[in-house]
Design a protein around this ligand. Sequence first.
Ligand code: ADP
Ligand code: MG
Length: 235
Amino acid sequence: MLLRVEALSKVFKRYIPSSVEISGCIDVSFDVEEGEFLGILGPSGSGKSTILKCIYRTYLPTSGNILYNSKLYGIVNIAKAPEQVILRLRLSEISYVSQFLKVIPRVSTLNLVANALLSRRKVPEVEAIKKAKDILERLGVPSKLFDAFPSTFSGGEQQKVNIAMAVVWKPRLLLLDEPTASLDMHSANQVLDLLKELKQQGTTMIGVFHDIELMKLIADRTYKVNGGYRDGFHN
Ligand code: ADP
Ligand code: MG
């Protein structure tokens, strides 16, 4: 077992203009084995992104446990671990591909991807640049864009930069939030090929997919979220 999510709930409290509670996700439980790809499926607003953000600890869960069997510390409860532990895990083991690109402005695409590797693994700069180029090429990002700033890129190109940054350092656990949502069929397949290769090299993945058919091509198992009330596994 690499990850065990136990009775995870996230409630957002809003005070303005009136006091309300919004359920992000309710009572989510699943296990993920090492090397497995777990697909998460469910209607929009059912809490799929919230689950991934709790595992990455972008959100602090309201209740429940997220037990991660880390190389660095042994079993860590991500739902309760100190910030420092989470930051170390994000630098060495856990990676996340968001639905949206958020990067430092005025850094070139190639440097963003190379830096994602350089800041995490001990590799010479030339090697990091080479790996960054390889991965961007495999994702079909035109080489004339390598020197450009991704803020001007199309949604699909930004998504590819996101994916390149998340996978270039070969994380142990990869969280993917609709990684192919803004891509055409050809690009989506390039992404899937890259993810399959990473999986063969041992990376465990949890992915929320927009397209069920695409998800079936890579997921070993599916966890279905139904607005939190009728969750369960489907094979
Ligand atoms: P999905 O990814 O399945 O479409 P989300 O996890 O994004 O769903 O959202 C689940 C619910 O939680 C939605 O009702 C959404 O409005 C709410 N939610 C998500 N993030 C926040 C937040 N930061 N603040 C308040 N509500 C949020
Ligand atoms: Mg979402």
